[in-house]
Design a protein around this ligand. Structure first.
Ligand code: DGT
Ligand code: MG
Length: 600
């Protein structure tokens, strides 16, 4: 319902603080257009008094002063008008930039607080388009379109008022053009509105293509698909360009009629005016003023296409902007959240939890408990739902069925912030920010000391390679920085998760890319953390999971096996097969394998 809110109303709401300034600007616009009319008024007087009247010659002789005053008046008004135009331009620019700044900030906050579902729906390139191009169309509406509409109207209105003042019959002849203009506006709008919606989609698609290509340039290069990508982009680019052209061409269908009319209008008016003049209904001066005003009617007509085009661009863009503006995350704080202690103990319980993405079931009836300080390992083939499962704990998604408890309190009863600040997470696809290594590790707490950063880099076996980097902890990494290997990135992300000293640590495949020896170092460090911490470790390697207090094996979203290393080996299921596959890695494992076989 909110999304249906009128665009103009939305715009007005966002002009809060600038409204007075804006209205003043609009007044300025009306004023400088009305001042246009004074020129014909001055010339009318000059013509009637000094050029064509009966007493013209005598007036010129005796009343030079008036003539000079009229001329000076003309210059002064023109100067005054210029000043007003200048000020209103400044005014509109200030207002539009101010509103743009505010709305963009607001949108960024909105996007920041969205849940994962939102990011599943909106592509990065599309969101970028909303925050840049679409917002600029909104700004353009404030700075130019509305001003042009007011300008056209005030010009036409002022001319009409002046015509009425001269002769009401003349003014009436103007009314004849009203239906025509109205018809053009409606017809053009109906035709061009969908074009702008389409154009906006094409722009978004093109931006998405660019963004995905930059993100994925390594893959493109690895598969030598540059030509293919170029062609693909060329297609998007052409589509956008073509739609752009077609949109501009729509006006061309109307243009000849409008232009003919705009050209015809002065001719007809001059003809009518001429008849009035001959019949002495108006004076020569009035006729001059009148003919000097016909452009005030013809010009707005010529502007019609441009204004309507921009208006429709705004219309399409603002719809996209407002969609984000009024979007609400579904995962929010409880209405009456529990007062959580500064530090949670870290007990986790899944009680009959099922979960589906949209309508795609992924987890079924999952139940397990982890006591504070324990380590639980989750294993299973790819796509079985491991990542989905752990994402439910910090409420990236909410369970579709069943409940999840942390410290015996439903996760939905916490403030999101209280819950999440207790959870340290190293995600499967590691993202480092364009920042120093130090800044990346201290991401969870900007006030973190360098000592602490270093200590956790030690724990996660990152200290050594960092010290070999050109600028150590001050080396810039991330998108534009020094390249890091997958294992190096994983270790920095592990240090980042550890450094906030979480009560719950979640590692999703975090050591998959590090060598065995480094992994052992990390295992040892994790076992001797200086703070109490419940650990959830997703891994494929037995060496990462064998020491866990409990191991869950998932299959198609169900718990297939559950128990300790020894229990699962004895069970001779999936886990046992895995151990056999990875057998020979460690002496200890081999021993247990043998034990398992003897028992089995
Ligand atoms: P991995 O990381 O390859 O070992 O696999 P898991 O076990 O972490 O699998 P997971 O939880 O990422 O995916 C389970 C299923 O859910 C899989 O069939 C893909 C699907 N899925 C994962 N993420 C999304 C998502 O964001 N949206 C939708 N619609 N489906 C998803
Ligand atoms: Mg996963």
């Amino acid at each position: 319902m909110e999304a249906k809110r009128s665009k103009m109303k939305w715009l007005w709401e966002n002009m809060k603080g600038y409204r007075a300034m804006y209205v003043l600007g609009l007044f300025g616009t009306v004023l400088y257009n009305a001042l246009h009319l004074t020129i014909p008024i001055f010339s009318q007087q000059i013509v009637d008094k000094f050029l064509s009247g009966e007493n013209a010659a005598r007036n010129l002789e005796n009343n030079k002063e008036l003539l000079i005053r009229l001329l000076v008046g003309m210059v002064a008004v023109t100067f005054f008008r210029t000043v007003i135009v200048y000020i209103t331009c400044l005014d509109f620019e200030r207002v539009s930039q101010g509103v743009l700044y505010r709305v963009r900030n607001f949108l960024f906050r909105k996007i920041e607080h969205q849940d994962m579902k939102f990011y599943d729906v909106y592509r990065t390139g599309d969101l970028m388009t909303r925050l840049t191009g679409d917002l600029d169309a909104v700004r353009h509406m404030i700075a130019w379109v509305i001003r042009m509409i007011i300008e056209s109207f005030s010009l036409m209105l002022a001319a009409a008022v002046y015509f009425v003042y001269m002769d009401w019959r003349l003014a009436l002849s103007l009314l004849a053009i009203a239906p025509f203009i109205f018809l053009i506006i409606v017809l053009f709008r109906n035709k061009v509105a969908p074009m702008h919606a389409l154009l906006r989609e094409k722009l978004s698609q093109m931006n998405t293509a660019v963004q995905e290509n930059i993100d994925g340039n390594r893959v493109v290069k690895a598969f030598a698909r540059e030509e293919y990508e170029k062609q693909k982009f060329d297609e998007r680019n052409r589509e956008y360009s073509q739609t752009n052209q077609e949109t501009s061409f729509v006006w061309l269908h109307f243009f000849p009629y409008v232009e003919t009319f705009a050209n015809l209008l002065p001719v007809v008016l001059l003809l009518v005016g001429g008849i009035f003049l001959i019949n002495e209904n108006i004076t020569m001066g009035e006729y001059v003023a009148f003919s000097g005003l016909t452009w005030a009617l013809a010009n707005p007509m010529r502007q019609l296409g441009g204004i309507m085009n921009e208006f429709q661009r705004f219309s399409a863009a603002s719809r996209k902007v407002m969609e984000i503006y009024y979007s609400e995350p579904t995962i929010v704080d409880a209405p009456a959240p529990v007062e959580a202690p500064e530090r949670l103990k870290g007990k986790i319980e899944f009680r009959n939890v099922s979960f589906a993405y949209e309508h795609r079931p992924v987890l079924h009836h999952i139940s397990f408990t982890v006591e504070p300080g324990q380590t639980i390992a989750i294993m299973g083939e790819t796509g079985c739902g491991k990542t989905s499962l752990i994402q439910l704990i910090p409420r990236f998604y909410d369970a579709t069925q069943g409940r999840i408890f942390v410290d015996d309190m439903d996760v939905r009863d916490y403030r999101l912030h209280d819950l999440r600040k207790n959870i340290g997470m190293a995600t499967q696809d590691v993202l480092l920010y364009s920042d120093t290594i130090d800044g990346n590790i201290a991401y969870g707490d900007s006030s973190m000391s360098h000592e602490r950063v270093r200590r956790f880099a030690e724990y996660s076996a990152a200290a050594e390679f960092i010290s070999k980097m050109p600028e150590g902890y001050d080396t810039i990494v991330g998108e534009r920085g020094v390249g890091l290997s997958g294992g190096q990135k994983q270790r920095i992300s592990l240090a980042r998760a550890l450094a906030i000293k979480p009560s719950i640590l979640i590692l999703d495949d975090t050591t998959s890319a590090v060598d065995m020896e480094t992994e052992k170092h990390i295992q040892d460090a994790l076992e001797h953390l200086e703070f109490p911490c419940t650990k959830i470790i997703i891994a494929q390697r037995i060496s990462s999971t064998r020491r866990a207090d409990k191991i869950l094996v998932l299959k198609d979203g169900r718990i297939e096996e559950e128990g300790t290393h020894a229990e699962l080996v004895a069970r001779k299921g999936y886990y046992y097969e895995l151990v056999k596959l990875q057998g020979g890695i460690e002496e200890e494992t081999r021993e247990e394998l043998k034990g398992g076989e003897v028992r089995g």
